[in-house]
Design a protein around this ligand. Structure first.
Ligand code: ACM
Ligand code: ZN
Length: 767
């Protein structure tokens, strides 16, 4: 009886220590079956493997050195011992090149895979089951069976080392973090306007000149002046070919392919600084100091054959260093103006029978692709390479949303999805209050976790061209290893799960549970990471003309507190349970509380106005941009006013006037009409030149009841919200027409001078 009790107790202990709920592997494996008991790694454990396989020897080295690092134990190799860890490469159906099987019993661990890649991933899973740092605790693994393989073949992370140079040690740390979470492509952005980072033996000036810029780190990226010819260029760095070889080998041991990006034909002010004859103007310049492009050549001349000779020589050295099947050639954001003004480029257009400069870019990319294919490699580029016609075998990296990727897949070209939302990890992940300064935007952990790389617009035939997805880390605002870590952690873990795990196995709550050991690992290793998105989403809904709001947080089981009297919410404020009905004008503030502490750095805040047009239909003469639809067609009458965040509640319209007609559905007595508009210089958003207000009882004959002219300068850079309004003698109206006249063009001196301006408007308030 006693013995049975003991057995049950042992079963319960082993079960409670290592139930499925305690397994915290990220990305979530395809299948985990738990068994009773444990395997203890100790001095009596031997590794068994085929020593003639060099690749597996590398993996074994990684495993044994990791075990030694955390425990001091030197595992024996191929010796007869009480317990063994057996590594086998053999034919296993249905798990692909990167899949693995892991079986843990009290006396044996068996790791089997079709290739070394699977072995590496089995090791990563084991390491996630063990402590992350040096410990004197027993190294105990639960008995289990795992079968696991990835959903996508391209699980990418990008790092821009041009805008800021990161040392080989930091790059290796980045690769190591990727490897822990089974990411397998490192896209290394080695070339851009602000620095050329790869040694090319044939063209030494690419690094002696192109890798160094005048140091303006004391100024914010976009406000740096361009260097003058005699300024000292002291800021930068580059990787020698030996360093690159070492990093490529380091990555390969972790099953990570490095895809180098040698940007062309634009974004190459650094190369032109080294060799001015590569540009159309052929003028001397220094690499860009930041985001200031005035009077700088950023493009190679597409009419000059020696440019192609140069690029072929560069690519030849690049391909000798990088065994990757894919070579990234950029192709994004080419300003075609220099080509329009260049005799050689125009001659090329004529000789080749091209229609325009878009086709000239296509000619450029096709010529480069031909060379890359001749070396048995494949060309990949940003989605602009679609414009003017895609090169015959090119792979497209879709960054301006998913449209380019969808189009390329429909044309039966391979695609990697990296849409700005949610794949740009240079955007904020919470706040932005309390976050380090970022370029803008917001991609929270949950938006990354919710990402689905296969667009609904792709049919079964076209889906197969989506190789996977990738997060991009541009570093205009990121200058330290700590900041790099912060931007990718923990978002990379969410993307890893999107790309590896089964689509239907995704579970936000369970992912958050499994994140906790990773947070502990980051803490112990000293990695910086975002501890969570504590923003509260205030979502207004209008049902039967009744305005109510829901409050949500991405933090599982978070408590949300709120106020409606303008005061800051605290732990004693109202706790949100059900949608809040708004029946008077007020300001709502809300915050997340965890462990009795207000977590949000700044509470979420939203102003509501109740007026006579709430919930009424709005018709537009010109369509609102699909990117700025806010809450939909009736955003101007939802009682919710726009904030300084451009993506919040504003209706945006590009170049055209905003002419909105509200149907009040019945005739009402009216005496005041107003509309709020936004100016945000940095985002090319300007106040209207004037706003005209009209009323009508029949929708045909309108009477003007006021006009408000803008008195705020277009050069004001601080975000500004202005209310345009009119008050008039009480009148009956069923229809209200508000015409806000667009500035049309960005003003003189603005970076977008002469280009279409945005007009942003929110609530039309009728009283
Ligand atoms: C890009 O973000 N310009 C590819
Ligand atoms: Zn030219």
């Amino acid at each position: 009886m006693k013995k049975l009790f003991f057995i049950i107790l042992m079963f319960l202990i082993s079960y409670t220590i290592f139930s499925q709920e305690n397994i915290a592997i990220i990305p979530k494996p395809v299948s985990v079956v738990m068994h009773d008991g444990n395997f203890v790694i100790d001095a009596k454990t031997s590794i068994l493997y085929n020593t003639s396989n060099k690749e597996i020897a590398n993996a074994i080295h990684f495993f044994t050195s990791s075990i030694k690092e955390i425990s001091g134990i030197d595992l024996k190799k191929n010796q007869h011992q009480e317990k063994s860890i057996n590594f086998q490469i053999k034919q296993i159906p249905n798990i692909g090149k990167e899949g693995y099987q892991l079986q843990i019993t009290p006396t044996n661990i068996t790791i089997a895979a079709n290739s070394n890649a699977g072995i590496v991933y089995a090791i990563q899973s084991i390491l996630q089951l063990l402590p992350g740092v040096r410990t004197n605790a027993i190294l105990k693994l639960p008995c289990l069976t795992i079968e696991d393989y990835p959903r996508f073949e391209w699980r990418g992370m990008h790092l821009d080392v041009s805008r800021h140079f990161f040392s080989p040690e930091i790059v290796k740390e980045y690769i190591n973090l990727m490897a822990r979470y089974k990411m397998n492509v490192f896209h290394w952005h080695l070339v851009d306007d602000q620095g050329w980072r790869i040694e090319i033996k044939k063209y030494p000036k690419l690094t002696s000149v192109g890798a160094w810029r005048v140091d303006y780190t004391n100024l914010v990226w976009g406000s740096r002046p361009q260097a003058k010819p005699n300024d000292d260029a002291t800021y930068g760095g580059y990787y020698t070919q030996d360093q690159i070889k070492e990093i490529v080998a380091y990555a390969a041991e972790r099953n990570i392919t490095i895809v180098p990006e040698i940007e062309m034909p634009g974004h190459v002010a650094s190369a032109i600084a080294a060799y001015p004859e590569l540009s159309c103007s052929q003028k001397f310049q220094l690499p860009l100091t930041g985001g200031n492009y005035t009077n700088i050549s950023s493009n190679y001349c597409a009419g000059n054959d020696s440019v192609f000779t140069f690029l072929q020589n560069v690519l030849t050295e690049v391909m000798q260093l990088f065994p990757s099947k894919y070579i990234h050639v950029g192709g994004d954001e080419v300003d075609k103006t220099p080509w329009k003004n260049c005799v050689k480029c125009q001659n090329r257009i004529k000789q080749e029978g091209l229609k325009n400069e878009e086709e000239l870019q296509s000619y450029f990319m096709k010529r480069i692709e031909k060379f890359i294919i001749s070396k048995n490699r494949k060309m990949i580029g940003w989605d602009e390479i679609l414009e003017g016609g895609l090169a015959p075998e090119a792979t497209v990296m879709s960054w301006r949303g998913e449209a380019g990727g969808i189009e390329a897949a429909k044309q039966k070209h391979n695609v990697v999805m990296t849409p700005g939302t949610p794949c740009y990890f240079d955007h904020y992940q919470t706040g932005p209050e309390g976050e380090p300064l970022a370029i803008g935007g917001m991609n929270t952990l949950k938006t990354v976790y919710d990402y689905e790389p296969i667009s609904k617009e792709l049919n079964d035939e076209n889906k197969k061209y989506v190789l996977g997805a990738q997060a991009n880390l541009w570093t205009e605002f990121i200058t330290t290893a700590e900041h790099v870590e912060y931007m990718v952690l923990p978002r990379m873990l969410a993307l890893a799960e999107v790309l590896w795990s089964k689509k239907d196995a995704k579970d936000w709550i369970d992912f958050n549970r499994r994140l906790q050991p990773s947070f502990k690992y980051f803490d112990e290793k000293g990695f910086h990471y975002s501890k969570g998105n504590f923003n509260v989403e205030i979502k207004p809904t209008s049902i039967n003309n009744k305005l109510s709001v829901t409050l949500t947080s991405e933090i599982p089981n978070a408590i949300i507190v709120y106020t409606t009297n303008g005061t800051e919410p605290n732990t004693l404020s109202n706790v949100y349970t059900n949608p809040i009905v708004i029946n008077a004008s007020l300001t709502l503030k809300a915050a997340v509380v965890v462990n009795n502490k207000v977590m949000s750095v700044k509470p979420a805040e939203q102003k509501f106005v109740i007026h006579k047009a709430i919930g009424k239909n709005v018709m537009y003469q010109y369509s609102i941009s699909k990117y700025y639809m806010a809450n939909g067609n009736n955003s101007l009458t939802d009682g919710v006013t726009g904030t300084f965040a451009v993506n919040k509640y504003w209706h945006g319209i590009n170049e055209k006037d905003l002419i909105a007609t509200i149907d009040l559905a019945e005739t009402k007595s009216v005496t005041n009409i107003s509309i709020n508009c936004l100016q945000k210089y940095a985002d090319w958003i300007f106040l209207p030149t004037s706003v005209q207000f009209e009323i009508s009882t029949d929708g045909i004959n309108y009477t003007t009841v006021g006009k408000d002219v803008n008195n705020i300068s277009t050069s004001i850079k601080e975000p500004t919200i202005k209310t345009f309004s009119t008050t008039f003698n009480q009148a009956n109206a069923r229809y209200i027409r508000v015409s806000a006249y667009n500035l049309k063009e960005c003003p003189k001196g603005h970076p977008g001078e002469g280009k279409p301006a945005w007009l942003f408007a929110d609530e039309i308030i009728v009283n």
